[in-house]
Design a protein around this ligand. Structure first.
Ligand SMILES: [Zn+2]
Length: 484
């Protein structure tokens, strides 16, 4: 059967093709000229700005201050923390020439900023009164990417990186969990994702960290996406960069540091969590346009409905609702409906001459759940701001519920190898594991699944490894899944 030219590959046929078509067709991105680079178009960038504004508010409300550090880092800085340089070496971009001459010391383009911020922290902290030092940076980083994928893995991406220094391990641990909480809350309240907070197993830790925590989201194909991470560094970076303070006793002590980040990858997460065969579905909190108004009519009527639509949009905007009028005269209403469905706009209002005469507009939602409900309903124009606001709040909650239900339905507690294999084929497996790397490798070789996290909420449990039957590690079940 020939497919409508405007439609995309169904998710069930090829999820990866679906994703690649949607990011371009929804005009979120374009390909950059350099391999692995991504141009974020205005529609995609607006989503990022909305996410950024929400997270920034949370970061500032808890006493952190934004600062900005240079993009170029002396190569020697990277080499000071052994695990850090080893972990990042394969991904580094290095600048060897400047001003037409070879540099005496090559410069690294930041893959992350622990080193340069560590250097500054050492300079700025001297007494216990300087602690805690709570910094955040919004910026870009570069990491060479062999298998690029828009938003998920691009050589350059946008993010925030929090960096903090504390007097005690307990304070730094509390900070690590506070930041993880920002991410879980942003994911749940704004992006409508149902993520699981947990701790990474040793091999999945950030290079140089003592403990790494993550929020993992389940995508519509059952794979996991790491959507934000928070790291407790212990004194590793403090020792490498000389970040010390004079304690109350007068003795010099090493600080305990943390770092934490959330990136444009999150946009990939919301595309793959909410999207369907018609394209993108955006949670209202992050939708550049929460409502699109399509005026309908020909000739003189077109002018009347267009001006009424413009007036309606202004009324909605005044009520804090992001509304857009699609007044493109050359396109049919049907084309516009498909276009805005592809671009994920939560609510559509149609305004034709008969609606206008009745003082109403026809409202339809991009998606309904759990009951599919394609019915349009009339809304009174004079009550539109209230009715639309209620509908948007309901839509936001509905998406969160749909994501949580999907995750629940595709997560299995498994106690045998065949159960494990079946579970990770289309979702997540909660399994006991021995914690040994060789055993993880075998599991990965056979199923491509890897340990995603040890859920914080997991109940204490001991037993034998799902794969090799040795005694289990971690004291809890581990989430295994195929991951992005
Ligand atoms: Zn094992």
């Amino acid at each position: 059967m020939a497919r409508d030219e405007r439609s995309v590959t169904p998710q069930s046929e090829d999820f990866s093709a679906w994703y690649n078509e949607v990011v371009f067709r929804a005009e979120l991105v374009d390909r950059g000229p350099v391999r692995g680079s991504m141009v974020i178009r205005p529609y995609g960038y607006r989503i990022w700005e909305l996410l950024q504004a929400d997270l920034d508010r949370r970061i500032k409300a808890t006493g952190h201050q934004n600062a900005y550090f240079p993009l170029l880092i002396p190569q020697s800085y990277m080499e000071r923390e052994a695990e850090h340089v080893e972990g990042f070496a394969p991904e580094l971009f290095t600048v060897t020439h400047a001003g037409g001459k070879e540099l005496e010391e090559p410069l690294v383009i930041r893959p992350t900023s622990e080193t340069i911020i560590g250097e500054m922290m050492a300079k700025w902290i001297s007494s216990h009164r300087d602690l805690p030092l709570l910094l955040n940076q919004w910026g870009n980083v570069l990491r060479w990417e062999m298998r690029p994928r828009m938003f998920l893995r691009t050589s350059e991406f946008l993010w925030q990186e929090g960096h903090t220094a504390h007097a005690t391990a307990a304070d730094a641990t509390a900070e690590t969990m506070l930041a993880l909480g920002f991410y879980q809350d942003v994911a749940a309240e704004v992006a409508a994702l149902a993520t699981v907070p947990g701790e990474k197993t040793p091999r999945e830790r950030f290079a140089g960290a003592e403990r790494t925590f993550t929020i993992e989201g389940m995508m519509r194909d059952g794979r996991a996406l790491q959507s934000g991470t928070s790291h407790f560094m212990g004194t590793n970076f403090a020792a490498a960069f000389g970040i010390t303070f004079t304690g109350e006793s007068g003795a010099a002590e090493l600080c305990h540091t943390t770092s934490w980040g959330m990136s444009t990858r999150m946009i990939g997460g919301l595309i793959m969590t909410h999207g369907d065969d018609k394209g993108l579905v955006l949670p209202p909190a992050l939708a550049p346009y929460q409502v699109v108004i399509v005026p309908i009519g020909r000739g003189e009527q077109a002018e009347t409905t267009l001006s009424a639509a413009t007036e309606l949009a202004a009324t909605l905007e005044r009520a804090g609702i992001r509304a857009h009028v699609d007044g493109r005269p050359q396109l049919s209403p049907g084309f516009k409906f498909n276009d805005w469905e592809m671009r994920g706009v939560p609510i559509r209002l149609e305004l034709g001459p008969r609606d206008l005469a009745a003082g109403t507009a026809l409202m339809s939602r991009r998606l309904s759940y759990p009951q599919p409900d394609a019915a349009k309903r009339a809304v009174a124009l004079d009550r539109a701001p209230d009715l639309v606001a209620t509908e948007l709040a309901d839509f936001q909650a509905m998406l969160g519920q749909r994501a949580a239900d999907f995750r629940e339905q595709h997560t299995a507690v498994v106690n045998s190898w065949p159960e494990f294999v079946a579970a990770v084929a289309g979702g997540w497996a909660l399994a006991l594991h021995c914690g040994e790397e060789a055993c993880e490798d075998e599991i990965k070789a056979e199923t491509t699944a890897t340990p995603r996290c040890i859920p914080l909420a997991g109940e204490p449990e001991q037993g034998t490894c799902i794969r090799c039957s040795k005694p289990s590690a971690y004291g809890k079940r581990v989430i295994f899944a195929r991951a992005y």
